[in-house]
Unconditional design. Structure first.
Ligand code: URA
Length: 446
C-alpha cells in the first residue's frame, strides 16, 4: 500500500514509531506537494510533543538530506565542516576555515546569513568589497580542490525538504524540539558533502539553548546522529553568556578575525578558534594527540600561513586580498562614523551581560535584518569593553556603539544601558568553553 498521510499523523499523535518507508513517503510527499502544509504542520506538532526515536531521526535526516543535491567533494582527503548553533560576535568560521585548510585539511563551508539577533558568516564576509558568497556548486568544488577551502551561502538545492519543514516549524511554534533541531542541522551538513563535522554548541542568553544542560543534550544528539550515519563528529560547548571577543558587527568582526589570523586579537576569540581547529585536525587524523594538534594550529596562526590562506580565499572569491593589511581597513572595511557609549554608573563587578540584547541592538542599528530580504549596513558595530566577573569603576566605558547617525547610536546606548548588571559583591567569571562530546563508544558484547 502507498503512503497514507492521515495514518502517518495518527501514528505520531498516538505515540507510535515510524518505519523508514513511511518517513521517506512523508518527505517525498513534501517535495511533490501531495502532503499539504496543514498536514505536515499537524505531524510536526505530534513530533514536537511525542518526540522522535533515534531510528526515526536517522531516517528523517537521511530522507531530508537526499531531497535535493548532495555535494560530492573531490576525494582530496578527509574533509571537515564546522557548524555553530549561532551566537553574537561569533566570527570563528572566518579564522577556522583558512587555518584548518592551511594544515592541508580540505574545508568546504556552507554558511548562512544572520537572522534574528545572531549574525551570519555570509553577511560578515560580504563586508569585503567584491566578495562573491554565492558560488555555483562547480566553482565551490573546484575551489576546495585547488586551494583547500571555500565559504559560500547555502544553495537552494541543498536539502530543500528541510527548508520547507523549517519554514513550517517557524510558523507553528515547533522549532525548539531537540529531535527536529538535530535532524534539521545534520541533514544540511550531510547534503553539504563533508566527511566529518565539528559542532560548536553554544549555551547562554545569546544562544539557541539557554541552559548548559540543554546544550549538552543537543550536542550529544548531534554527535550520535551524525556518527550513526557514517560521519565522525564531535561537539564543543562554548559560552554565549556574553558576546565572543570584542566586537559585534559585520566589518568589525572581519577586522577582529584578521587580527586573530595575524596572531593577535582578543584571547577569547583566539582560544575558541584554536579549540575548534584542534578538534577538526584530530577528526581528520592529522595529529596523534590534542597537544600536537593544538601546536600545529598555533603555528599556523602565529606563522602567517592561515592569514595567507585567507587572502587566497578572498581573492579567489572576487574580494580584495589587500584586506589582510590593517592599513587598508578604513577604506576596505569602514566602520560607521557616529559614536555613543554606555558607561558604568557605579563601582562594582560585572554580573551580567544580556548578549541577546546586544545582538538585537546591532540589528536595530541596521547590522542585521528583520526580514530575509532586508539590506544590511556592514559598518555599524558594538564594542564590548566588559566581561562578567570583571571589576568596574564608575565612569568606565562598558559598551561603545558605532552608528550611521548620532541619534541611532545614542538610542542604542540608551537601550543597552539596561542590559548590563553591576553587582556590589564580587562575581565569578564565566567559563568560555565547556565539555567536548565524542560519539559514545559502542560496548562490545562478550
Ligand atoms: N538551526 C538549524 O539549522 N535548524 C534548527 O532547527 C535550529 C537551528
Amino acid at each position: 500500500m502507498g503512503f497514507n498521510i492521515l495514518k502517518f499523523i495518527e501514528v505520531k499523535r498516538d505515540g507510535g514509531e515510524h518505519s523508514r518507508s513511511d518517513i521517506e513517503g512523508f518527505v517525498n510527499g513534501l517535495m511533490d506537494g501531495s502532503v499539504k502544509d496543514y498536514q505536515a504542520a499537524a505531524w510536526l506538532m505530534g513530533a514536537f510533543i511525542r518526540g522522535l526515536t533515534m531510528s526515526e531521526m536517522s531516517y528523517l535526516t537521511t530522507a531530508l538530506a537526499n531531497s535535493g543535491d548532495v555535494f560530492k567533494l573531490p576525494a582530496n582527503g578527509f574533509s571537515v565542516d564546522k557548524h555553530s548553533t549561532g551566537g553574537v560576535g561569533d566570527k570563528v568560521t572566518l579564522v577556522l576555515v583558512p587555518l584548518v585548510a592551511s594544515l592541508g585539511i580540505p574545508v568546504a563551508k556552507l554558511s548562512g546569513r544572520g537572522l534574528g539577533f545572531t549574525g551570519g558568516t555570509v553577511d560578515k564576509l560580504e563586508s569585503i568589497p567584491g566578495m562573491n558568497m554565492h558560488l555555483s556548486i562547480e566553482d565551490f568544488k573546484t575551489q576546495v580542490a585547488q586551494i583547500g577551502c571555500a565559504v559560500s551561502g547555502h544553495s537552494l538545492q541543498l536539502a530543500p525538504a528541510e527548508g520547507k519543514l523549517y519554514h513550517l516549524r517557524d510558523v507553528t511554534s515547533t522549532v525548539p524540539s531537540m529531535g527536529l533541531i538535530a535532524t534539521s542541522i545534520v541533514s544540511k551538513k550531510i547534503a553539504g558533502g563533508a566527511d566529518g563535522f565539528v559542532f560548536d554548541v553554544k549555551w547562554g542568553r545569546g544562544a539557541l539553548m539557554e541552559t548548559y544542560d540543554g546544550a549538552v543534550a543537543l550536542g550529544r544528539l548531534l554527535v550520535d546522529l551524525s556518527s550513526s550515519l557514517g560521519h565522525p563528529s564531535r561537539a564543543v560547548l562554548t559560552s554565549m553568556e556574553q558576546p565572543l571577543g570584542d566586537w559585534v558587527g559585520n566589518a568589525a568582526e572581519v577586522r577582529e578575525a584578521l587580527e586573530v589570523l595575524m596572531g593577535e586579537g582578543p584571547s577569547s576569540t583566539r582560544e575558541v578558534s584554536l579549540l575548534l581547529a584542534r578538534e577538526m585536525v584530530l577528526l581528520a587524523r592529522r595529529a596523534s594527540s590534542p597537544d600536537e594538534a593544538l601546536d600545529m594550529c598555533r603555528r599556523a596562526l602565529d606563522g602567517g600561513s592561515a592569514l595567507e590562506r585567507f587572502a587566497m580565499m578572498v581573492e579567489r572569491q572576487g574580494g580584495d586580498p589587500r584586506v589582510t593589511d590593517p592599513s587598508t581597513w578604513d577604506r576596505l572595511l569602514p566602520l560607521a562614523p557616529e559614536r555613543a557609549v554606555v558607561i558604568a554608573e557605579e563601582d562594582g563587578f560585572m554580573a551580567g551581560i544580556d548578549t541577546r540584547a546586544i545582538g538585537e541592538a546591532l540589528r536595530t542599528l541596521g547590522g542585521g535584518r528583520i526580514r530575509k530580504e532586508d539590506p544590511i549596513d556592514h559598518g555599524v558595530a558594538i564594542k564590548v569593553h566588559c566581561s562578567v566577573g570583571q571589576p568596574v569603576s564608575r565612569g568606565d566605558v562598558l559598551l561603545e556603539i558605532l552608528g550611521r547617525t548620532k541619534g541611532a547610536a545614542e538610542e542604542a546606548a540608551a537601550t543597552l544601558g539596561g542590559s548590563l548588571v553591576i553587582s556590589k559583591e564580587p562575581v565569578d567569571s564565566i567559563p568560555l568553553v565547556g565539555e567536548i562530546l565524542y560519539p559514545l563508544e559502542r560496548v562490545a558484547k562478550s
